[in-house]
Design a protein around this ligand. Structure first.
Ligand code: SF4
Length: 453
């Protein structure tokens, strides 16, 4: 895959030679030119699909629900204005994310699991002709049962099919003879006939052994990509692709909350009330701590200060808000001298005059608060006891509380926050919480709708 600047067009001749089926197996990088902006844009679109799958799995969606979710995510994110380019977008985005997610064991594990799930449900949605093609391309070695053998086993195969409500075998249907240990799912659920160490797998069940093949191939490929990345690509591409690749695994993909477009201004007189009803736990904790301690270390000032800015608190009000608290501890003069600069800086009025953006959940979750710090994500950084107490204070019922704690323990922090939102507001949040300002904005909209209903 050669990455070029935007003036060059992709080479369609080269591209078409790579197109082998609607579901590529990603055996080798595409031999086509990719514009730099497509390199990043395609990867972000695929990442939206994989993160949606991760959220669906964490929510415990059933296979049929997952099938619909994957299909919807794919349609929403993987379109291309030119139909002929859809498959190229699929292949390019996969290989870009392979670079992004090959770099650590944890990233590899996540990518492998999400790509395998994506492949599983896309495979399920295809017909048996495509299944045959893909099995040939994957080099799956299992033999098709001969007509003579099929006739000898027909009654037994019919019995099993009937018992699990599968279509009954016919002489033009295909069965594969597979060592039974290769299809543990089918064996465990007794959905397959076994004889002399072989399972007889119907064509509509082949997903059971196709997926492990796909997974094993991708797992090896990720390790090889990692070697190439560390020995060569990272250095060669340090001015161009490396910064994009390094940013992608932690990038925030949602709307921009740097300015409070939807909510308008937040006034100082409403701030306590809004904090109580609509702040996510991370910000509620910072806000309450500031009101109590009249002081806050740098990490907390940044996290809360930028959130309030994104919530529509104007610079003058922000200065008044922080001064009212800090001056109780350090005095007004010291506040003006030591702390006011930082607040003006956040609003782009000092230093490099950059207009700083409120932190996303991903950034907050990955932060590392030290002793005496209060920033970070409570679902990740609080002890279970503290988290239970904080959720109780937010009004989360004891039944929902166990679910939230369970998600936090299994490291699904944003889902834990989404469940909290749903419990507190009595309303679902299907998109999930990705940004503290999204939590605030969604909460305010719901509360407004309820008050006018
Ligand atoms: Fe805040 Fe996001 Fe953590 Fe929720 S998931 S508490 S919004 S950082």
């Amino acid at each position: 895959m050669e990455v070029v600047r935007s003036q060059k067009k992709p080479s369609s001749a080269a591209a078409s030679s790579d197109v082998v089926s609607n579901i590529p197996l990603y055996r080798s990088p595409p031999t086509l030119e990719v514009r730099l902006e497509d390199f990043e844009r395609f990867a972000v679109d695929r990442l939206l699909v994989l993160r949606g799958i991760s959220d669906g799995l964490a929510r415990g969606k059933k296979p049929d629900e997952m099938e619909k979710l994957v299909s919807d995510l794919w349609k929403a994110n993987m379109r291309h204005p030119q139909a002929s380019e859809v498959i190229n977008k699929d292949i390019i985005s996969h290989f870009v994310l392979r670079l992004v997610y090959c770099r650590t064991e944890e990233l590899r594990k996540w990518f492998l699991s999400m790509e395998t799930t994506l492949f599983r449900y896309r495979f399920r949605l295809e017909n048996s002709d495509v299944h045959r093609v893909l099995m040939t391309e994957l080099g799956i070695p299992y033999k098709v049962v001969t007509n003579a053998e099929f006739e000898g086993l027909k009654d037994k195969l019919t019995q099993v099919a009937r018992s699990v409500s599968q279509p009954l075998p016919t002489s033009d249907g295909t069965y594969y003879k597979v060592p039974f240990e290769e299809v543990p799912e089918l064996v465990a659920s007794r959905r397959v006939f076994i004889q002399k160490g072989y399972a007889y797998v119907a064509l509509n069940q082949v997903v059971s052994f196709v997926i492990p093949h796909f997974r094993s191939h991708l797992s090896k490929a990720l390790v090889l990509t990692n070697r190439k990345w560390t020995s060569m690509i990272r250095e060669q591409e340090k001015d161009r692709l490396t910064p994009i690749v390094e940013a992608l695994s932690t990038s925030y993909l949602g709307p921009d909350y740097s300015q409070a477009k939807e909510l308008g201004e937040m006034s100082l007189k409403d701030i306590d009330q809004v904090a109580r009803t609509s702040f996510p736990l991370c910000m509620r904790h910072l806000f309450d701590t500031l009101r109590e301690d009249h002081h806050m270390k740098h990490g907390g000032r940044m996290q809360l200060g930028l959130f309030l800015k994104g919530a529509g608190l104007k610079l003058d009000d922000a200065l008044a808000f922080w001064k009212a608290e800090f001056s109780q501890k350090v005095g007004a003069e010291r506040f003006d001298k030591e702390y006011a600069y930082g607040i003006r800086h956040n609003y782009g009025k000092e230093g490099k005059r950059t207009d700083y953006t409120p932190y996303s959940c991903q950034k907050i979750i990955l932060s590392t608060p030290g002793v005496g710090d209060h920033h970070g994500c409570p679902y990740r950084h609080f002890s279970e006891e503290n988290l239970r107490a904080a959720l109780g204070k937010m009004g989360v019922s004891s039944r929902a509380l166990d679910d939230v704690i369970d998600k936090a323990k299994t490291k699904h922090y944003q889902l834990a926050c989404t469940l909290t939102y749903e419990a507190v507001h009595g309303s679902s949040c299907d998109a999930g919480i990705n940004h503290p300002n999204q939590y605030l904005s969604d909460s305010q909209k719901i509360l407004e709708a309820k008050s006018t209903a």
